[in-house]
Design a protein around this ligand. Structure first.
Ligand SMILES: Nc1ncnc2c1ncn2[C@@H]1O[C@H](COP(=O)(O)OP(=O)(O)OP(=O)(O)O)[C@@H](O)[C@H]1O
Ligand SMILES: [Mg+2]
Length: 226
């Protein structure tokens, strides 16, 4: 069921966890391919919930979500992972695999996609250099600093060249220097064609960069133009 356009489209989306209260109501927006948006709003406003809907970790309670021209509600069990693989996610808590090296954490999505080892070695090596972790390939995540773990999570999120890159509070626990560095990585991914959504509390970061905002306030949604 392909719907022309509709790269990312939320239509009158409402959402609640189980039979709890609505955490999102009447959320409607369109993201054109190649755009960069911040997702802002106070703690508890529903940013993580909105992102979880966008990367298919949750289903809307009401309304419709279209991704890459597809109505996500009608995706079959076989189709959903195919759509999901076009989305790179940077989780607030990183979710790096502790028993794997930095290299293997980033390589994992490529191994799942059956990419050949020589290509994996080259591509992952380049990516680790890009995020400033060329010397930490063999390191376990817990031996890395918070900023390094976040950069590793960004490398993993972009390794399969996602069409859509979403990040949940990536600047939450890092200093300004690391936040700026992370923004450059997202801008770089954007430059290479990814559509990017970055949820953040960091008002200074939002003010410094002229990107439009998807804004949530107690589940109510608005768009703040650039
Ligand atoms: N798994 C869950 N089960 C039930 N309620 C949840 C769950 N996760 C979040 N909520 C509730 O949904 C609402 C929105 O939470 P959400 O995590 O999406 O907000 P947020 O904007 O990401 O907040 P923060 O800035 O603190 O990360 C909150 O009231 C929260 O308590
Ligand atoms: Mg959150």
């Amino acid at each position: 069921m392909s719907v022309g356009g509709a790269f990312v489209r939320f239509e009158n989306v409402s959402f609640s966890y189980g039979d709890g209260p609505l955490v999102l109501r009447d959320v409607t927006f369109d993201l054109e391919p190649g755009t960069f948006h911040f997702l802002t709003g106070p703690s508890g406003a529903g940013k993580t919930s909105l992102l979880r809907l966008m990367y298919l970790a949750e289903r809307p309670t009401g309304g419709a979500i279209r991704l890459f021209g597809r109505d996500t509600v009608s995706l079959s069990r076989l189709e959903a992972p195919v759509v999901r693989r076009r989305i790179g996610v940077v989780f607030q808590d990183f979710r790096l695999l502790p028993h794997l090296s930095a290299f293997d954490n980033v390589a994992l999505p490529l191994r799942v996609a059956s990419v050949g080892e020589p290509e994996i070695r080259q591509h992952v090596g380049e990516l680790l250099a890009w995020v400033g972790l060329a010397d930490a390939m063999d390191a376990r995540p817990r031996t890395l600093s918070g900023g390094e773990q976040q950069r590793l999570a960004i490398a993993r999120a972009v390794v399969a060249r996602p069409d859509l890159l979403v990040a949940d509070e990536p600047t939450g626990n890092v200093d300004d220097h690391n936040a700026a560095r992370m923004m450059r990585l997202f801008q770089n991914a954007h430059h290479y064609g990814a559509t990017v959504v970055v949820a953040t509390h960091n008002a200074a970061l939002v003010a410094r960069h002229g990107y439009p905002q998807l804004h949530l306030e107690a589940g109510r949604f608005s768009i703040v133009p650039a």
